[in-house]
Design a protein around this ligand. Structure first.
Ligand SMILES: NC(=O)c1ccc[n+]([C@@H]2O[C@H](COP(=O)([O-])OP(=O)(O)OC[C@H]3O[C@@H](n4cnc5c(N)ncnc54)[C@H](OP(=O)(O)O)[C@@H]3O)[C@@H](O)[C@H]2O)c1
Length: 288
């Protein structure tokens, strides 16, 4: 069986859809916090099991011997290490064949705030002795949806990333990579392999503004701010203080080049180019 955790999330749903194109529905398990949210998948023949990262008792029945498991990282930033550890420990106990984990681009060296939990999860998986595949996902292009909408509406995009570059790809691209490593066989079984996944082309925020301008048909400029000013702007726009700090921190990481590495590994894994930024901007602005 191929088991996908968090299968009712945005990435998880895309992974299940990709799997359904390759393997019979009866070989796919959606392991989810709320089984009722996966009723549509159950109706299509996907097996649905309860798997709440916060309730280890549900994780015991979520995996079986010989399963290939995709652990999709939790969205509980700052509290997800114990959740991931619980999933890995349950997978070991069940005797799964391999675990794939959605980590972060260069998780072992990145300094961005979300890196330590990914690095520690990877270390726990290595120490568990399970065969593993690390999908070190770079930035989602969709992370910039709010900036893209704001640029189209007001003509300005704000940030503090300077000329730093982002090698982003879409959730569809990363989901396709997960499908490739979950279904790989023979020499392509992806065992004990680390993939540094990112978009084919890195772009800067001024270039993002130019893309938005081209799609929206109006001048759009990028306004670079000192990081404290950008954080304050985000807070004034309604973001909780810790989120405003986290988002401003992401721009610092972009400025340092931490998510600008266009490795080409995602393109190789999925056998096609990653989705161009222009297509994502057009889709988000409803022009696709
Ligand atoms: N690389 C990037 O740029 C980037 C950007 C955003 C997120 N991420 C990471 O990638 C992950 C997947 O992204 P996404 O877009 O699919 O996020 P998402 O749509 O917010 O999905 C998060 C998923 O985590 C599940 N989840 C949360 N707490 C759980 C728990 N206690 N037990 C079981 N499942 C739990 C949610 O379950 P429900 O469906 O029941 O709510 C949901 O399915 C995120 O969780 C985050 O770690 C990366």
């Amino acid at each position: 069986m191929i088991v996908v955790t968090a299968a009712t999330g945005q990435l998880g749903r895309r992974v299940v859809e990709g799997l359904l194109e390759r393997v019979p529905a009866g070989q796919i398990v959606a392991a989810v916090r709320s089984p009722e949210k996966a009723a549509d998948l159950a109706a299509r023949g996907v097996l649905v099991r309860e798997a709440d990262y916060d309730r280890p008792e549900t994780l015991k029945g979520a995996f079986g011997a010989g399963d290939v498991v995709l652990l999709i990282s939790s969205d509980l930033v700052g509290g997800r290490l114990p959740q991931h550890v619980a999933v890995v420990d349950a997978a070991v106990e069940a005797g799964v064949a391999r675990i794939a984990y959605t980590s972060l681009l260069h998780a072992d060296t990145a300094t961005v705030s979300i890196a330590p939990e990914h690095k520690a999860t990877e270390e726990h998986i290595r120490a568990s002795g399970l065969p593993f595949t690390f999908l070190r996902n770079g930035w989602y292009s969709e992370n910039h949806a709010a900036a893209i909408a704001q640029g189209a509406a007001t003509g300005s995009i704000f940030g503090s990333a300077g000329e730093g570059r982002v090698a982003s790809a879409t959730r569809d691209d990363y989901a396709a990579a997960a499908v490739a490593v979950l279904t790989g066989e023979g020499h392509e079984n992806h065992e004990n392999t680390v993939y540094e996944l990112s978009g084919d082309l890195a772009w800067s925020l001024p270039e993002l503004a130019a893309e938005v301008s081209a799609v929206a048909g109006r001048p759009v400029s990028y306004q670079d701010l000192p990081v404290e000013d950008y954080e304050r702007l985000l807070a004034e726009a309604g973001l909780a203080p810790e989120l405003a700090a986290a988002y401003a921190g992401f721009d610092v990481a972009i400025a340092k080049g931490e998510i600008g590495d266009a490795t080409g590994e995602l393109r190789r894994l999925i056998g096609r180019p990653t989705t161009p930024l222009r297509d994502t901007v057009a889709a988000l602005l409803g022009d696709a």
